[in-house]
Structures are given as structure tokens and as C-alpha cells.
Design a protein around this ligand. Structure first.
Ligand code: FES
Length: 105
């Protein structure tokens, strides 16, 4: 098990315990943070799973695809640590990682 420190759109922290498989979006959704989140179900077409990750995990991620980059560019809230959670594969290296769900666009 790993624990993710997730801050929701209202600024409330959640300690999400999950197995290090699947995607970050699935872990957040399965925990129950579903209000306006991940509306396309992980098909990289909605950007409602936009999250901001801490610097520690960024080097472990696969590169941003052109599709993901285009969706993130459409957000008013893109930051250096922005990713679409449905495109982020969880590994054990995510234990104790900080994840902030970006404001809705
Ligand atoms: S769930 Fe829609 S882009 Fe990630």
C-alpha cells in the first residue's frame, strides 16, 4: 500500500491509501473525490482530472504526450507540476506524494 496526500478543490486534505498500480486518477476517483473529476473516465479528452504534483515525483513520470499537453494548455491553472491524473501510472515511488487537484476551468 501507498499513501497519497491529496488536496481537493476546496483545499481539504485527504490521505488516500491505495495499491501502487493503475492510475492516479483511478485512486482519487475510487476514494470518492468524484465531483466534477475525471468526467471522460480516463480517455485523455476532458482535462477534469488535472492535478498538480510535487517536484519529488515529476522525474519518475512518463513524458507528457501531445494530447495531454494540448489539454493542459487549455487550462488557466497550468503549473510546472501539472499533469492529467489519468495519464499518471502509480508506482511505489508515489508513497507520501503530495497531489493537488487543480481548480476547475
Ligand atoms: S479523466 Fe478525462 S482527461 Fe483524464
Amino acid at each position: 500500500m501507498i499513501t497519497l496526500s491529496v488536496t481537493d478543490r476546496e483545499g481539504k486534505p485527504h490521505a488516500i491509501k491505495t495499491t501502487p498500480d493503475g492510475t492516479l486518477m483511478e485512486a482519487i476517483r475510487d476514494y470518492g473525490l468524484t465531483d466534477g473529476f475525471a468526467l471522460c473516465g480516463g480517455h485523455c479528452s476532458c482535462a477534469t482530472c488535472h492535478v498538480i504534483l510535487d517536484d519529488a515525483v515529476l522525474p519518475m513520470l512518463s513524458p507528457v504526450s501531445d494530447d495531454e499537453d494540448g489539454l493542459l494548455d487549455g487550462s488557466d491553472h497550468r503549473e510546472a507540476g501539472s499533469r492529467l491524473a489519468c495519464q499518471v501510472a502509480l508506482t511505489s515511488s508515489f508513497d507520501l506524494a503530495s497531489v493537488k487537484i487543480a481548480p476547475a476551468d
